[in-house]
Design a protein around this ligand. Structure first.
Ligand SMILES: Cc1ncc(COP(=O)(O)O)c(C=O)c1O
Length: 455
C-alpha cells in the first residue's frame, strides 16, 4: 500500500467512504497516527486517553507488542475454508470453552457481533423448532437485518417493518422506572412477573429463545437487580425456551470477570461474543453453545455457515489475545481498576447534571440530565445519530474529546470503558479531565442561565 499524506487521506475519506450512523456532511474524522496502551495520537500529534477502547474492543490496549509480533507470523499457517481443521481454530475454540461457564461445549465462529447474534437466532430456531424470539428494549445487538431486529432501541427503526415473531420486553432500568421499588428484589419480582405474563400472552410453545445482553452496554450499562437473570433462567426452564446472552461487549474481562454472566448464579444455553476475543486486531465473533445444544447437531444438520467461519488469521490472533489475558492477569487487573473507577464515579454524583452513575469492572456509564429532580434527559429519546448534532450531548462529548478524553455517548449516557491495561494513575488523570470538562459544560452551556452550586 502506498502511503499518502494526511490531507489526501482526509480528502479521499470524504470522497469515497460512507461512514456509519452519520450524515456524511457531519463527518470530519481524525487520523490515528500512533497508539500505545490506553493512548492514541492524532495527525496533529494530540494525545487522547482512549476511554472507550475505540468501540469497547481494545481490551489489551493499542499496539500490544505480543500481537504486533504475531502479525509477522501471519501466513505461516495456510488459509483454509471452514470445512478444514486448523491449529489456530482448534486451539482458540478450546481456550474459549475453558474460559466459558462449564455447561458450554462448542463454538461456531462468525465474523463479528451482529452476525454471531443472527446465527444464535438460527440455531435456537433449529434446536427448538419454534420461531418467536424475545429480546429487550434498550438493547443493541448489531446492525445486520437479524441483529437489527433484535435490538430494542432507535438503531432498529431502519430495519422495520421487522421480522415477524421478534418480540420486545422491558429491561430493568431502575433509574427511570416509574414504579418506586423498595428493594432490588421487589424490582426483580415485578419485571419477572411482567415477563411471565408476556410469555403466556405470546404462547410459550412458539418461543425459541430469550435474548439479552446480561448487562446492556451501549444503552447505558444497565446492571440488573439481584436475582433477575436467575429468574429469567427459571422462566426459560419452565417453558422450554433457550436463554441466549450477548457477551459481545461485556465479555473478555470488561466487567472484571471473564464474562458478565460469571457475576451471577445461572448458565445460559448460548453466548455470543466478538470484540474482546481478538481486541479488534482482526475481526472475529462467534456463538458458544451448551453441551445440550451441541449434541442436537450430532444428528441434525447445522443449516448455516460463513465463508470466513474460523478464519485462520483471526483465530491465530484470538489465541494470542487469550494468552495475553492470562499472562498479564488482565481480568483480575480489570476488577481492581474497576474499584478505583467506581470510587471516582460515585463521587461524581455531587454534580447537578449527573443523574446516575453505573459501573461494574471497567464498564461504566454516566447519565447526564438537565434536571436532577425531574430526571429530564439531556437528549430526547431517539435523537442520537446525526439528528442532534448541535445538541447539548454532542457538545459535551466534543468538549471531552477536545480535552483529550476520547469516548462516545448513546441517549443520555456517556460510556467509560477504557482498555483493561489502564493503571490507577491513568484513571485519576482521565477522570480529572472528565470532571473539569463537566464543570465547564455545566457553567457555559447546561446551566448557563443559572447559578451552579456543586463542584
Ligand atoms: C452487545 C452488542 N452486541 C452486538 C454488537 C454488534 O457487533 P458488531 O458491530 O461487531 O457487529 C455490539 C456492538 O457494539 C454490541 O455492543
Amino acid at each position: 500500500m502506498k502511503l499518502i499524506d494526511d490531507r489526501q487521506i482526509k480528502k479521499e475519506d470524504q470522497q469515497y467512504i460512507l461512514h456509519s450512523w452519520s450524515k456524511q456532511k457531519d463527518v470530519h474524522p481524525k487520523i490515528i497516527k500512533k497508539g500505545e496502551g490506553i493512548f492514541f495520537w492524532d495527525e496533529a500529534d494530540k494525545k487522547y486517553y482512549d476511554m472507550c477502547s475505540q468501540l469497547v474492543y481494545l481490551n489489551v490496549g493499542h499496539s500490544h507488542p505480543k500481537l504486533l509480533e504475531e502479525f509477522k507470523h501471519i501466513g505461516e499457517i495456510p488459509l483454509a475454508a471452514p470445512g478444514f481443521a486448523t491449529a489456530s481454530k482448534a486451539e482458540l475454540a478450546r481456550k474459549i470453552i475453558d474460559a466459558a461457564p462449564d455447561n458450554m461445549a462448542k463454538v461456531f465462529f462468525a465474523n463479528g457481533g451482529a452476525d454471531s447474534n443472527d446465527h444464535a437466532v438460527k440455531i435456537a430456531r433449529m434446536v427448538t423448532g419454534r420461531y418467536k424470539i424475545f429480546s429487550r428494549y434498550r438493547s443493541y445487538h448489531g446492525a445486520t437485518f437479524g441483529a437489527g431486529n433484535l435490538s430494542g432501541e432507535s438503531r432498529r427503526f431502519t430495519v422495520e417493518p421487522g421480522i415477524p415473531g421478534f418480540i420486545k420486553f422491558d429491561v430493568p432500568y431502575l433509574y427511570r422506572e416509574v414504579v418506586d421499588f423498595n428493594s432490588e428484589e421487589e424490582a426483580t419480582d415485578f419485571y419477572l412477573a411482567r415477563l411471565n405474563n408476556q410469555i403466556l400472552y405470546e404462547g410459550p410453545d412458539s418461543i425459541a429463545a430469550i435474548f439479552m445482553e446480561p448487562i446492556p452496554g451501549s444503552n447505558g450499562v444497565l446492571i440488573p437487580p439481584k436475582g433477575y437473570l436467575e429468574g429469567v433462567r427459571q422462566l426459560c426452564d419452565k417453558y422450554g425456551i433457550l436463554m441466549i446472552c450477548d457477551e459481545v461487549m461485556s465479555g473478555f474481562g470488561r466487567t472484571g470477570k471473564m464474562f458478565a454472566v460469571d457475576h451471577f448464579d445461572f448458565q445460559p444455553d448460548m453466548m455470543t461474543f466478538a470484540k474482546g476475543v481478538t481486541c479488534g486486531y482482526s475481526p472475529l465473533g462467534g456463538v458458544i453453545v451448551s453441551e445440550k445444544v451441541a449434541k442436537y447437531f450430532d444428528d441434525h444438520v447445522l443449516m448455516t455457515g460463513l465463508t470466513y467461519s474460523g478464519h485462520t488469521v483471526s483465530t491465530q490472533i484470538g489465541c494470542v489475545t487469550m494468552d495475553i489475558y492470562k499472562e498479564e492477569q488482565l481480568i483480575e487487573h480489570a476488577a481492581a481498576m474497576g474499584n478505583v473507577l467506581a470510587a471516582r464515579l460515585e463521587k461524581m454524583r455531587r454534580f447537578d447534571s449527573v443523574g446516575d452513575v453505573r459501573h461494574i469492572g471497567l464498564f461504566a456509564a454516566v447519565e447526564i440530565v438537565k434536571n436532577k429532580e425531574t430526571k429530564e434527559p439531556i437528549i430526547a429519546y431517539g435523537m442520537d445519530y446525526g439528528r442532534d448534532k448541535v445538541g447539548l450531548m454532542s457538545r459535551f462529548v466534543s468538549m471531552l474529546i477536545e480535552n483529550g478524553f476520547y469516548t462516545y455517548s448513546h441517549e443520555s449516557s456517556v460510556l467509560i470503558a477504557p482498555p483493561l491495561v489502564i493503571t490507577e494513575q491513568q484513571i485519576h488523570e482521565a477522570m480529572d479531565i472528565f470532571e473539569k470538562v463537566l464543570a465547564e459544560f455545566e457553567k457555559d452551556y447546561l446551566f448557563a442561565d443559572k447559578t451552579v452550586t456543586t463542584k
